[in-house]
Write a protein that binds this ligand. Structure first.
Ligand code: KG4
Ligand code: ZN
Length: 335
């Protein structure tokens, strides 16, 4: 199965056998391209996908030691994402499916983040509870049947990664914020400032991260932003990074634990760019409610955007009989 991913700012192509063996996976992150703007510029992202997608297709085949006639099918992210970006991958996937006379499988990007758990650990037992936390999404899913994740809760405002990115920008730590904040936090005291954990109603599985972001802003500039941003020294910045990261990761863990307590999930998995975070992984491993469930922490490259997860889920869906028409559309919104 050839997988193609161009939904946001990673161009990725991968080849996966039997929905479990990754034969090749090439990824180009456009982070450097978007860094001057402090966020992803859709038009710039789409053009960069266009430049790389065909060389990456050839490179994925070469790395797997295969030729195009050995492919069985083409899987492609068709939702959710930036329309101009999705269309690049979708056009290439349709062209390959048509010319090579292969089945086309449209894959939901978020379902694929969840499904990465099966690439990391193919024997993961169901039901599987998954947290997907990235720059655009923060949601909890329950999977009773592979490929069919049911959403239990989602953020009502900012995604966790978005809050981390904005906090890092306020602290002058650069873009993308999550990794920069994590690096700065390594030398900081995570109890220096207690940012409130926003949990919404006691039984809610939804998230809200806009409040903690504002709390940091007011901490720096006073309520109502009456002061200019202070000149922070390295130690003060590290303490704030560690305290802010702790509030976000602790909130994610508490919600995952609440969901685990309310479901019969045997496996608990994480995915999305924020799942790369070491402190999140530490807190999850230490959580009392999650003890006794099998935790799947996919390798870092399977957490952030990649095409192996698209080819993996695509391969599974193909075996289930799924086929999509060449009229398959790009859709901005997900499940
Ligand atoms: O899944 P992803 O690569 O792209 C999408 O947004 O779909 O996730 C990117 C997000 C960004 O917000 C980034 O700051 C965050 O994941 N991130 C991290 C880490 N690495 C990336 N957040 C916390 N710790 C990290 N190590
Ligand atoms: Zn993603």
């Amino acid at each position: 199965m050839l997988g193609i991913e161009t939904s946001c700012d990673e161009t990725a192509v991968a080849i996966v056998r039997n929905a479990r063996d990754v034969l090749s996976s090439v990824v180009h992150s456009q982070v450097a391209l978007h860094a001057p703007y402090g966020g992803v510029v859709p038009e710039v992202a789409g053009r960069s996908h266009l430049d790389r997608i065909l060389p990456f297709y050839r490179s994925a085949l070469a790395k797997a030691g295969l030729t195009a006639d050995q492919l069985d099918a083409i899987a492609v992210t068709h939702r959710p994402g930036l329309i101009g970006c999705l269309l690049v991958g979708l056009s290439v996937a349709k062209t390959l499916a048509l010319t090579l006379e292969l089945p086309l499988i449209g894959v939901d990007h978020i379902q694929a983040h969840v499904d990465a758990a099966f690439l990391a650990e193919p024997e993961s037992e169901l039901p599987l509870l998954a947290l997907v936390a990235s720059g655009g999404h923060t949601s909890l899913y329950l999977v009773r049947e592979r490929g069919h994740a049911e959403r239990l809760g989602a953020t009502r405002d900012d995604a966790a990664g978005e809050a981390l990115d904005k906090a890092a920008a306020m602290l002058g730590l650069g873009y993308p914020g999550g990794p920069a904040l994590e690096r700065a936090a390594a030398n900081g005291n995570r109890s220096a400032v207690t940012f409130k954990r926003v949990l919404l109603a006691p039984d809610s599985l939804d998230f809200s991260f806009s409040g903690v972001k504002t709390a940091l802003l007011y901490h720096l500039r006073g309520p109502g932003c009456v002061r200019p941003l202070p000149d922070l020294d390295k130690a003060a910045r590290a303490d704030l990074a560690a305290s802010f990261q702790e509030a976000v990761m602790d909130t994610l863990v508490r919600k995952l634990a609440l969901a685990a307590a309310r479901t019969d999930a045997r496996t608990v998995a994480i995915g999305g760019g924020v799942a790369r975070n070491t402190r999140l992984r530490e807190l999850l491993a230490d959580d009392a409610t999650l003890k006794g469930r099998h935790l799947v922490f996919p390798p870092l490259d399977l957490c952030s955007d990649n095409a192996a997860m698209i080819a993996g889920l695509g391969g599974y869906l193909l075996a289930q009989g799924k086929r999509d028409p060449l009229a398959l559309e790009a859709v901005a919104k997900g499940i």
